[in-house]
Design a protein around this ligand. Sequence first.
Ligand SMILES: Cc1cc2nc3c(=O)[nH]c(=O)nc-3n(C[C@H](O)[C@H](O)[C@H](O)COP(=O)(O)O)c2cc1C
Length: 338
Amino acid sequence: MSQESSPSTAVAVARPLQDSAADALSAAVDRAMLAPSLHNSQPWRFTVHADGLDVLADRTRHLTSIDPLGRELVQSVGAALFNARVTLAAHGWAVDVQRCPSPDDPDLLAVLHLIDGPPDPGLAVLDRLVPRRRTNRRTFDATVPTAAELRSFTAAAVAEGSVLVPVLTGEQHRLVARLTQEADAQQRADPAYLAELARWTSRAPAAGDGIVAAAVPHVDGSATDDVPMRDFDTRGDGALPPSSGMGTERTMLVLGTRSDGVEAWLRSGEALQHVLLTITQAGWAASPFTQCLEIPTTRTRLRAGLTWDTWPQSVLRIGHAGPTGATPRRQRADVVSG
Ligand SMILES: Cc1cc2nc3c(=O)[nH]c(=O)nc-3n(C[C@H](O)[C@H](O)[C@H](O)COP(=O)(O)O)c2cc1C
């Protein structure tokens, strides 16, 4: 986007030019498809209209073993919705967002309408970061963010009606580590979980989805991390180093919402993506590790011990690490109609 400036005064505030609605909506869908999702399942669909966009859940991509309620499915769609909002702002458009607008159509999670008015400049600047964000499962070094950086990550969550709780004390670190170990062990003892994981780590390349070996650590039993990352290396060909570097001294963040239902899950996905793009903007790497939220008892205990009046919706580790490549995405034609 270029910027226009007033010919009459040197101090006038620049206002972005507005691209055509069709171009802006097309770009918004392209960016929405780059969102993070559970096991890269990309459980979304979009219908483009002349003046807006419908954002829908694709329940054929529901991972029913790990996510029986569909909480993480809806959260993934929320992350895609956030990307669409960001890109529409970057193309000069203000947007009205209706979330869960139709009780008769639970798959219709959001309706976006282009409206008159200035676009949100705070969102527009995040657009260029959307293709740069990655889930980075490399070994993180031991640096920790400054207080100012942590405040900016927290503000990103708050802007989306959510909260971000940094895991600061040794006791809190041990709690997250213990609950993640416990949840991870329970999941790994569940044949249905393992079968689902195997399906989403051995997708045909043409499918354009799932977890690829290039994006996951090689698991050979040598890692001694206090907080176990999810073992995606089901075929033994994981390409990244075995250790996440996750000692209990590393920075972890828990994202939470005040309520816990479909709309809260959607908002938590928007917040997750706002936080991840802000982390990317600040030059940090991040990856979610959400096992302890997928077992009801460990999720409840995390809430009781750490987030109190908010429901934990995501757990992230952040650090510095080398780059990782882009993960596959489905064909646009399979995801977009209208
Ligand atoms: C709801 C949700 C839960 C996730 N849980 C994990 C997790 O436990 N471990 C992990 O390594 N990545 C997790 N991820 C990251 C996804 O695997 C990742 O977004 C997906 O593979 C696409 O890769 P990308 O983020 O690099 O685009 C999660 C993402 C979402 C949205």
